[in-house]
Design a protein around this ligand. Structure first.
Ligand SMILES: *Cc1c(COP(=O)(O)O)cnc(C)c1O
Length: 229
């Protein structure tokens, strides 16, 4: 068995255990394979072992892979920072965007989403640890942003995404993810269809699932250590 196939089995087992511990079912949690910097062969390997959702950060690299792998039934998620001049290609080529943090980007994505495709699924990125250098809107900006974006025609607002400050302290991880869950609950009171919490990476997947993640974004644990770009 290949290393990627073995890793996928391990991650699924871990996800299953985490779900059970949280009295949740594993099938309410989507495993998103984060494939930035990986060659198409690695994605094919994962695909042949049942993986369907892939997350990419860098637009040009992802477009090359989307073309090369167009015959596979892959659901593509954009999870990188978005500049305005990139919104058209993102709107045309992805099913999900996890990293929307301001209205202008959402408006462009909506205007540029081909109407022949279903609405683009959107998560609002929250700077949950309120780090100065980090992407995402602040928690207090969420209500207004959600209200504006929820009204855009070719988008479907699905929920929230965060990359909390990296830490090995489980209590700190837990606090950040619990804050995300609380923000989701607040928004759900107004928008009951917001079913998504995109949070948890290879180093903190367990805690994220315990706190309510519905999409975990896993790179290293599936594909191994990334080479520096
Ligand atoms: C790279 C990346 C991941 C995956 O990180 P790993 O630690 O390799 O699992 C998840 N989310 C985002 C936004 C990323 O950029």
């Amino acid at each position: 068995m290949s290393r990627i196939a073995e890793n996928l089995i391990k991650v699924h087992q871990q996800l299953e255990i985490n779900a059970q511990n949280a009295q949740r079912t594993a099938n309410e949690i989507t495993l998103l394979a984060v494939s930035k910097t990986r060659p198409p062969e690695d994605l094919i390997e994962a695909y042949q072992n049942g993986q369907r959702d892939f997350g990419e950060n860098y637009l040009q690299e992802s477009l090359d892979k989307i073309v090369e792998l167009k015959d596979l039934d892959i659901c593509w998620h954009f999870i990188g920072p978005i500049q305005s001049n990139k919104t058209k290609a993102i709107a045309e080529n992805f099913t999900w965007v996890h990293t929307v943090e301001r209205l202008k980007i959402a408006q462009r994505l909506s205007a540029q989403r081909p109407t022949t495709l279903p609405p683009l699924n959107i998560c609002l990125q929250v700077n949950i640890s309120e780090e100065e250098s980090k992407s995402g809107c602040l928690p207090e900006e969420l209500p207004a942003l959600a209200a504006d974006i929820n009204g855009l025609p070719n988008l479907c607002l699905r929920g929230l995404m965060a990359i909390p400050k990296a830490t090995n302290d489980i209590n700190e991880q837990k606090a950040a993810f619990a804050k995300m869950k609380a923000l989701q609950l607040e928004l759900q009171a107004i928008y009951p269809h917001l079913d998504t919490l995109s949070m948890g990476m290879s180093g903190d997947m367990d805690t994220a699932i315990a706190e309510g993640a519905t999409i975990v974004r896993i790179g290293t644990a599936i594909f191994g250590q990334r080479q520096k770009k």
